[in-house]
Design a protein around this ligand. Sequence first.
Ligand code: PNS
Length: 165
Amino acid sequence: MRRAVCPGSFDPVTNGHLDVISRAADLFDEVIVAVGVNASKNRLFTPQERMDMISEACRDLTNVKVDGFTGLLTSYCQERDVRAIVKGLRAVSDFEYELQMAQMNSSLAEVETVFVPTSPEYSFLASSLVKEVAMFGGDVSGLVPDFVRERLVARLEERRRAGEG
Ligand code: PNS
């Protein structure tokens, strides 16, 4: 079975991520969307919330599974006998860092990184920007699934109220 991992922090999942995941699902027998839960960044959503949103968004992709991982991505791949990591490339600016990670990962384990160019309509999309736009009241419809937009707006409102309290 040809198995691939699509790793990321997905805080939250965007339509750009979903574009790459669904194209990976066409290329591989099984795709594991691996949500990095290393406590390095300030997240808006918990690991379980991020995984639940991906599962819901990928409900119709029968060969896609969602999982969380801690530690090195290459260790996760080795434990599950996964030989391919799929990453989306939005622009040339992504390439330098992604190349460095791909080379580091292949030096650590027998894994290949497969780059999928993001569809042009999503080339500007990033979870961090979506959060910023939503935080300042901008409309993020079309950038994330509707149910993600609703959870994002609700979470930002909770945070705002907690900050006021
Ligand atoms: O969505 P992101 O923040 O670009 O995802 C980054 C992620 C989680 C894919 C990356 O940080 C990662 O692979 N972390 C696991 C730790 C690891 O293996 N580090 C070495 C990378 S060369």
